[in-house]
Design a protein around this ligand. Structure first.
Ligand SMILES: NC(=O)C1=CN([C@@H]2O[C@H](COP(=O)(O)OP(=O)(O)OC[C@H]3O[C@@H](n4cnc5c(N)ncnc54)[C@H](OP(=O)(O)O)[C@@H]3O)[C@@H](O)[C@H]2O)C=CC1
Ligand SMILES: CC(C)CCC[C@@H](C)[C@H]1CC[C@H]2C3=C(CC[C@]12C)[C@@]1(C)CCC(=O)C[C@@H]1CC3
Length: 333
């Protein structure tokens, strides 16, 4: 095993924001060894081929992981541990949103009120979602976005901790993370009408804080990012791509008020890549690092103070830990 060069693992690294982060990290950190942790072999191989074209000497590998399936996460951990003795950056980026429609009534009602900036920044109240339960009897958005990643981090702990080099855990959270959609009495957000995605991203923010409390003294640092609104398969699942292309000029205008209207993945990945170039000890665990792009097209990183509570974070951590133990017993003993 080559221990000298840096290693980055990216979940959902085959498409959208994850793929752009992969591309930009290879440019920013020459010699970086990259692991695309993806659920689909063909799509992962296509991404690897594209990255290898622009970075012919880069060392890129694929690990198959479906974060909505805990058995698959355990299998992926075994593979990652065989490949790497230390991980410098782990991007917990894979994510889904199960949208079935837009509440246009709410959109028109809010457009000409003072709440319009909040609506365009967060999407809060605009999206209709549907629930799905996985074959392991877990809520799918919660498992894909949060629990699968929790298990990944927990099982990889020995590879993240290294006496001499720090490790950065970098989550792709969202402005859509809203406390009013989250409850410690129902962390999976089961049997609720909507708010599944928001609850999962709020959990992400809490979990990141809890991880810092547990792991900072071992050289592992966790931070949350927000890519803003970016055109990817996720947003094409909300409205068709032709619609988004049509309203591109509106995005430019909206940027005067809402600098998170990033549109492309390069703009959206700014905060995620910027974090990899910072000293992790100097970063604030109570901040969300947000990718901004102004009207003139200038990209920069904005820090938003997180409105979350350490006690909630610890309680969520404990609940995730208890849930993980059941799967550990089932699959690992
Ligand atoms: N686009 C936006 O405006 C915003 C996105 N985000 C977040 O950014 C992250 C990346 O999303 P984005 O790039 O937009 O969307 P994409 O759909 O383009 O990318 C999502 C990535 O996650 C992967 N993925 C989905 N489900 C799983 C799973 N069960 N196991 C493993 N991988 C999975 C997808 O794989 P596959 O290609 O096989 O489907 C894909 O690689 C998400 O966490 C999302 O919530 C946050 C704020 C705004
Ligand atoms: C004329 C158009 C600009 C109308 C588009 C309205 C809505 C579909 C969008 C306005 C704000 C958007 C938004 C998201 C999805 C699409 C909107 C609701 C996200 C929720 C996508 C996923 C995220 O993580 C955050 C985004 C915030 C903004």
């Amino acid at each position: 095993m080559d221990n000298s060069s840096k290693v980055a693992v990216i979940t959902g690294g085959n498409a959208g924001i994850g793929l752009t982060v992969a591309e930009r990290l290879l440019t920013e950190h020459p010699g970086l060894r990259l692991c695309l942790a993806c659920r689909n072999k063909t799509r992962a191989q296509a991404a690897l081929d594209a990255l290898q074209l622009s970075h012919p000497t880069a060392h890129i590998s694929i690990v198959i992981v479906d974060t909505s399936n805990i058995k698959s996460v355990y299998n992926a951990v075994t593979e990652i541990k065989q490949m790497y003795s230390h991980i410098d950056y782990i991007y917990l980026n894979a994510g889904i949103m199960q949208v079935v429609g837009v509440d246009w009534n709410y959109f028109w009602k809010t457009l000409f009120t003072k709440n319009f900036i909040h609506m365009f920044t967060t999407g809060d109240g605009l999206l209709k979602e549907q629930e799905e339960i996985t074959e392991e009897n877990l809520e799918k958005v919660f498992t894909t976005n949060v629990f699968g990643h929790f298990v990944l981090i927990k099982e990889l702990e020995s590879v993240l901790i290294n006496g001499t080099r720090p490790c950065q855990i970098i989550w792709t959270s969202s402005s859509n993370a809203q406390k009013h959609h989250f409850s410690l009495d129902n962390i999976q957000h089961r049997n609720e009408r909507g708010g599944h995605y928001s609850s999962s991203k709020y959990s992400t923010d809490l979990l990141s804080l809890a991880l810092n409390e547990r792991l900072n003294n071992k050289g592992v640092y966790s931070h949350v990012t927000c890519p803003g609104l970016v055109m990817t398969n996720l947003t094409f699942g909300i409205l068709p791509s032709w619609f988004w292309n049509l309203i591109l000029p509106i995005f430019w205008l909206l940027r005067i008020f809402v600098p998170t209207m990033n549109y492309d993945t390069y703009n959206g990945s700014e905060a995620l890549v910027w974090l990899s170039k910072q000293k992790p000890e100097s970063l604030d665990p109570m901040c969300k690092y947000v990718s901004h792009c102004n009207f003139m097209g200038k990209r920069y990183v904005h820090q938003d103070k997180l409105k979350i509570d350490q006690e909630d974070a610890n309680q969520l951590y404990d609940q995730l830990n208890t849930l993980e133990k059941k799967f550990h017993q089932k699959y690992k003993s």
